[in-house]
Design a protein around this ligand. Structure first.
Ligand code: NCD
Ligand code: ZN
Length: 337
């Protein structure tokens, strides 16, 4: 059995920079036609110069693969002039509450203090991507953020808002309440719950932000993905960290899934008899929601064993993927541009 996917897109991806970028970029570029590149570098991508330079470095590191990086600016209190200049060079702006996750220290401390920027973005049709977590109790952070999404979606009805990497049934419910809300969901949040992270031996390679939640949350996310909810898109949030930052005291948040995401998604959709909906979830929905037209890339995935490497090594780095050393039932067997 096999399926051929047309131009898979990863709508939320961390490629990092320098040597790590050189290791991980080809691992996405091989099988994805394009990806939305998160701007949480150190320092974050906040100027057009930084954006162009970062894009150039990504294009240099992608190898021979056909791959479009959709660039994102790190949200801050920009002037109208800065927004006008940046608009055509990016797919959107990513807002991080200050301190909510990896490299977000330069994020927004008070969301209500930047509403004038949302207003301008609404008028200019610049999409807003949001890391939707408060600073509350770790399991409640996303749920507590729903009132902020509700406020923004109501006050700025034309502003296109993406709830990034949603992890709760509440967030899925928001998609049906507000037309201007869309969302990305990761692979791991369709598969794991908090139990897999911390219910037995602690699994640092499954630790990410937002943290995986309860079985009923996973179920709601999974059903929405399997049915290819028209405002839900695949965004891996593949977030590589060097092994020394994961297997240590003070583990960094981030799960690395890029090289196995397509195979594992095919397995998941097949297990639930929904393979026919994978195309919409992994590309078509995003194309419609963002108006992107990726170049043609036909990716064939077959029901064949695929041994996930125990680590991906190179350029002085070693990164451990999800499902390291395990055997998946599906495998990418062909890519045609
Ligand atoms: C991401 C990272 O490492 O940059 N980590 C994560 O756990 N998801 C940041 C993010 O998307 O929150
Ligand atoms: Zn992320």
């Amino acid at each position: 059995m096999e399926i051929t996917l047309r131009s898979p897109l990863d709508m939320h991806l961390h490629l990092r920079d320098a040597e790590m970028m050189k290791l991980v970029t080809p691992l996405t570029a091989e099988t994805f036609s394009g990806a939305v590149i998160m701007p949480n570098l150190v320092p974050p991508v906040t100027t057009l110069e930084m954006l162009h330079a970062y894009k150039e470095r990504i294009l240099e590191s992608k190898g021979e693969h056909q791959f479009d990086p959709y660039m994102v600016m790190f949200f801050k209190d920009y002037t109208e002039k800065e927004l006008v200049a940046a608009k055509d060079h990016m797919i959107g702006m990513k807002l991080y509450p200050a301190g909510a996750t990896t490299n977000s220290e330069a994020g927004v401390a008070q969301i209500d203090s930047v509403e004038h920027v949302f207003k301008m973005m609404e008028e200019m049709e610049i999409p807003l991507m949001v890391h939707g977590e408060t600073h509350g109790f770790v399991m409640d952070r996303e749920a507590e953020f729903m009132s902020i999404y509700e406020h923004l979606a109501t006050k700025f009805p034309k502003l296109q808002i993406t709830m990034e990497h949603i992890t709760t049934a509440k967030a899925v419910g928001m998609l049906d309440r507000f037309e201007n809300l869309k969302a990305t969901v990761t692979l791991q949040h369709l598969i794991i719950t908090l139990d897999d992270v911390a219910g037995g031996f602690l699994k640092p390679h499954l630790f990410c932000k937002p943290i995986a939640k309860r079985p009923e949350d996973r179920e709601a996310l999974l059903q929405a993905a399997l049915q290819a909810h028209p405002r839900l898109m695949f965004g891996s949030d593949s977030a590589p960290h060097p092994i020394s930052k994961k297997e240590c005291c003070g583990c960094a948040a981030g799960v690395f899934t890029a090289p196995l995401a397509i195979a594992r998604l095919a397995q998941l959709f097949d297990e639930h008899g929904c393979l026919e909906n994978l195309q919409a979830f992994i590309s078509d929905n995003a194309q419609k929601l963002y108006g992107v037209k990726p170049e043609s890339k036909l990716v064939t995935v077959s029901k064949e064993s695929f041994e996930v490497p125990t680590s991906y090594d190179g350029h002085g780095h070693k990164v451990v993927p999800m499902h390291a050393g395990e055997t998946l039932d599906w495998k990418v067997t062909g890519v045609k541009c």
